[in-house]
Design a protein around this ligand. Sequence first.
Ligand code: ADP
Ligand code: ADP
Ligand code: ZN
Length: 220
Amino acid sequence: MDVLRVVFFGPPGAGKGTQAKLLEQKFGACQVSTGDILRKAARAETPLGKQTSGYLARGDLVPDDVMVKLVAERLKEPDCKAGFILDGFPRTIAQADDLERILKKGGLPLEHALGLKAPNDVLIKRLSGRRTCRNCGAMYHAVFNPPAKDGVCDRCGGELYQREDDREEQIAARLRVYEQQTAPLKDYYRKRRLLREIDGVGTVEEVRKRVFRAVGDGAK
Ligand code: ADP
Ligand code: ADP
Ligand code: ZN
């Protein structure tokens, strides 16, 4: 099976999680969503969760050293050995530098940095209607992608909820954090010839085709 080593970045609501899951289904690679990992840790009240839940609630970034350690550990697990789809990491230049170093050591460099984009009005509509499964992390949308049964996850039967950081005030904070701290990754990856900018406006299926084309799988 084809493998894949990519990162997804882009503003909140661009569709990273949705598209990362579609890539995961298609390729032999693990999807690593740092946001999902942190939300699970917060719910289980683990030491990681206690240390980081305040940042998530405010819409701030968790400190780089915490994130890098977490991702480095995750990438050592057997299911990530050949391929991975990092969803939501890196989010700063410092994280990108550390990732490059980690991957170089393992001899498996990044193939593509997928930058999903969409204008703020689209992002705000998507985020304010987003519903997330408490159990498996699957994403739905109250209008664009509703579950078959109200409030219940199609995949696992889990309860759907609105993330605390998907409320108006936190959305605005997160969009600012993206512009200041994450958008510089575009130049970073452009210089390394890894940047694949993808238009995130359109249906999930339209965007999926662009994503698959960007990773060299246009026919499928
Ligand atoms: P979205 O899907 O809306 O872009 P995520 O689920 O990826 O959001 O992330 C939610 C929150 O988790 C972020 O606002 C931030 O607080 C924290 N987080 C996730 N990934 C990182 C990271 N790589 N660096 C720092 N903080 C992170
Ligand atoms: P991100 O991980 O970048 O924050 P998500 O994949 O969680 O973004 O998508 C944000 C919200 O928008 C979710 O409610 C999702 O169902 C919805 N969504 C994702 N892609 C599209 C699309 N192409 N058109 C309409 N809604 C979408
Ligand atoms: Zn679920």
